[in-house]
Design a protein around this ligand. Structure first.
Ligand SMILES: [Zn+2]
Length: 59
């Protein structure tokens, strides 16, 4: 995933779309970016997975 795209996603999902938590780390949530996937998890159980152009929040 290129830098520009991951930066946009980080900004877009800096807050959890489910509960609004804006923290990652310290047990609050995780942020994972690899070659083609962006994953943001939250302690509320929401997982945002973006692969290519597919965006979804799963619980
Ligand atoms: Zn949340």
């Amino acid at each position: 995933m290129n830098y520009q795209k991951s930066l946009k996603l980080i900004q877009k999902y800096s807050e959890c779309p489910n509960c609004g938590n804006d923290k990652v780390g310290n047990g609050q949530g995780t942020l994972d970016i690899n070659d083609d996937t962006f994953i943001r998890t939250c302690k509320c159980g929401c997982t945002v997975k973006v692969k290519g152009d597919e965006n979804k929040c799963t619980y």
